[in-house]
Design a protein around this ligand. Structure first.
Ligand code: ZN
Length: 98
């Protein structure tokens, strides 16, 4: 008895070609300002946000909120935010979830 246990790979590999992906840029959302009060709507475009701390516009078209968070963490922003704020008290859960 030949036990040729040939387990076949019955994986249905559906190879979806990811081409012709529509480039949909994310727009500025009011929620950004709720989470980060320093962020405003930019006058550059609806795919931009304006930082009142750095006084600069940056794109949010690719990462959305992620782009905002990325900007908040940049050295440039951290330094400016730190030097300007006299009260070094972060607002912790100021807005309690209702
Ligand atoms: Zn900034």
């Amino acid at each position: 008895m030949s036990a040729s246990d040939g387990e076949q790979d019955a994986e249905t590999d559906v190879d979806e070609p990811k081409r012709k992906r529509p480039k949909v840029l994310q727009k500025y959302l009011p929620g950004y300002q709720v989470k980060y009060p320093a962020i405003r709507h930019s006058s550059v475009s609806e795919n931009h946000a304006y930082c009142t701390v750095c006084r600069c516009d940056f794109g949010v078209g690719h990462g959305g909120m992620g782009d905002v968070e990325k900007h908040i963490r940049t050295t440039k922003h951290v330094v400016k935010a730190g030097s300007g704020a006299s009260c070094a008290r972060p607002i912790q859960n100021f807005l309690t979830n209702s």
